[in-house]
Write a protein that binds this ligand. Sequence first.
Ligand code: S3P
Length: 189
Amino acid sequence: MAHGMTNEAHGKDITRIALVGYMGAGKTTIGKALAEDLALSFYDLDWYIQNRMHKSVSQIFDERGEEGFRLIERNMLHEVAEFEDVVISCGGGTPCFFDNMQYINQQAQSVYLKCHPDTLYAHLHMGRAVRPLLLGKNTDEMKKYIATQLEEREPYYLMAKHTVDVTLMDSCLKISNMVAKLKETLHIG
Ligand code: S3P
């Protein structure tokens, strides 16, 4: 039964799912669990960039600035979004630059993992060191930054074909419930 995007070139059905949403929403955790459940390969765009460039995202920001990172990110998105039978976790900013979100929608079943800013903060305050956009911000600055940037970015995220609220997902059981919900949303499995 066809449940993905049809690859016209080969005339066979393929599955390609792209998760978008703010940093800390759980794109990687949910993406991995969904890929495992559906026996698909999992790609995290940040990890892919780091492997291809032999540098961390923070190093790329330091050396080339955000503009340089966004160019690399777009190029790598165009590689990963050609892969077949995959779940792709995009970076939090990926949909908001160039025509990336249109491209994601053209290539994949896209899902916005929507999450309340308080929950994003709770998930992010431990991991801010590896996220260049949050580096050096205190609690108040970080809360304000998340709320403001989420508001700016949400119009892009909402272009995804589906939206699933992940605010209350914080344990293994809930992750498996979330996978079930995503499968139902995507009519897969
Ligand atoms: C970014 C999100 C990060 C990473 C980079 C910039 C953003 O990805 O691409 O630090 O602009 O929101 P995650 O959403 O996977 O943390």
